[in-house]
Design a protein around this ligand. Structure first.
Ligand code: SF4
Ligand code: SF4
Length: 440
């Protein structure tokens, strides 16, 4: 089934899907990995190994007793050489486990396909797998699948929109592992008793739509929706609205409107995990940007330093001025090339001097484009003014926490005002103020 549907606002960004035809290439085992204890939305894990311990592939090295968290596993076999705080690109420290690899890649003895006979046991198995949303958000999958007793979900949306420029990781999964995607969908449908699955793919990926359309004929419960390409089509709330016309309330969850959204890579992982029991230890990463010599899609062990991923792609044709983890709209600039690939890394972009240069900001001309572009119906300029003045109450009153940091407001602003950057700070200030008052 092909339907063209849409959401409000957004921006027409260039696609730059240069690596769409680059088949995934496996990178080897690095000499060391550094695995941070926070690779998801939620509480960080506590390391459960210490310096000198030997570890194997798939062994748990960090866990948390908090519900919104996900265990972290070793991606290699080797020896723990350090457990120490590591500065993350967000400017905060988290403990990280550094492992010197032995090159043997011995599998941990406890690895076996999960056994489950009901949804509770399945969701617990998904927690043990360490799966978090692989589209870039990093929300723990077991939390997403744990529905409160008063909620009934009738629709599973599979997110294959991949609207950020450059990134082709989801696209390659559909092309290379389409049967895994369908198998993962069937597992979730059965265990959660969902009879309506919609795979949403933007119309700039006709091959992916064709592959999924061919397969969707195998079930009358699965359909494919062709979505008009427009950023940020892949954001959860935009996708739900574009496909179902249901609006997730402010501060609410997709389950509030009877929907679960999962990324194509996440459902594909579930299919593999159910077969072999290997937890999340690797990630497909799109490596691109004007500075990269040989752009491509690379399967990388989690914890591999990003410098080595670029080396694997031939290094740099021109020195990079800025390196982003993620796409150019929502990606985070990396403070060090020693930082590792983590669970939610879907792209590494190396920008040259020209593409990294931020234009100078001018005065606001009150054109209102930022308001029209905001898919969350916010007032970006108003929020910006309150963020730079530390007006916490006004930021809360105007729902700064609803900002999904998509960057559309900054992208369309003719005065090139740093709107999204200031809104990020504004959100952090609101959080800081709440913590100072003893909240969360
Ligand atoms: S205010 Fe936030 S959600 Fe709205 S366009 Fe700007 S970054 Fe996106
Ligand atoms: S888009 Fe830029 S110039 Fe236009 S109203 Fe918003 S902040 Fe002002």
């Amino acid at each position: 089934m092909f339907i063209k549907r849409f959401f409000k606002g957004g921006a027409n960004v260039p696609h730059h899907k240069n690596t769409a035809n680059c088949e995934t290439v496996k990178m080897g085992v690095p000499e060391k990995v550094v695995i941070p204890m926070l690779q998801h939305i939620g509480a960080p894990c506590e390391p459960c190994v210490k310096k000198g311990d030997t570890v194997k592939v798939g062994q748990i090295i960090g866990d948390s007793d908090k519900f919104i968290s996900a265990p972290i596993h070793s991606s290699v076999s080797g020896t723990v050489v350090d457990v120490a705080p590591m500065l993350q690109s967000g400017g905060f420290y988290v403990p990280a486990v550094e492992i010197k690899t032995d090159g043997k890649q011995e599998i941990y003895e406890g690895i076996k396909p999960p056994e489950y006979s009901n949804s509770k046991e399945f969701i617990e198995a998904i927690r043990r797998s360490g799966l978090v949303g692989l589209g870039g958000a990093g929300f723990p999958a077991h939390v997403k699948l744990s529905l409160p007793p008063n909620k009934r979900v009738d629709t599973l949306i599979i997110n294959g929109a991949e609207c950020e420029p450059y990134i082709t990781s989801d696209y390659r999964e559909i092309i290379e592992n389409s049967w895994n995607v369908i198998s993962g969908i069937n597992i979730i449908m059965e265990i959660l008793n969902i009879n309506n699955v919609i795979i949403g793919i933007e119309d700039n990926k006709p091959e992916a739509i064709e592959v999924m359309e061919r397969i969707d004929k195998s079930s009358d419960k699965i359909s494919v929706v062709k979505l008009k390409s427009r950023y940020p089509q892949g954001a959860e709330k935009m996708l739900i609205y574009a496909i179902t016309r249901r609006k997730v309330p402010a501060g609410g969850l997709p389950a509030d409107v009877g929907v679960i959204v999962m990324n194509v890579n996440s459902v594909s992982f579930i299919s593999e995990y159910v077969k072999n029991g290997m937890p999340l230890i690797k990630k497909r990463v799109t490596v691109d940007g004007p500075s990269v010599k040989n752009p491509g899609n690379v399967e990388v062990l989690i914890g591999t330093p990003i410098s080595q991923v670029f080396d694997f792609c031939g290094g740099f044709s021109v020195p990079p001025k800025k390196v982003l983890m993620g796409g150019p709209m929502m990606g985070i600039a990396q403070s060090s090339m020693d930082l590792p690939v983590v669970k939610h890394t879907n792209a590494l972009l190396a920008l040259d001097e020209k593409s990294a240069k931020l234009p100078e900001s001018g005065a606001c001309i009150r054109c209102g484009r930022c308001i029209r572009a905001c898919p969350m119906n916010l007032l970006p300029l108003n929020l910006y003014n309150n963020a730079i003045r530390d007006n916490i109450d006004e930021l809360k009153k105007h729902h700064v926490n609803d900002c999904i940091e998509c960057g559309c407001c900054s992208y369309v602003c003719p005065a090139k005002i740093n709107l999204v950057q200031s809104l990020r700070l504004g959100k952090a200030k609101v959080k800081q103020a709440a913590m100072a008052k003893g909240g969360k």
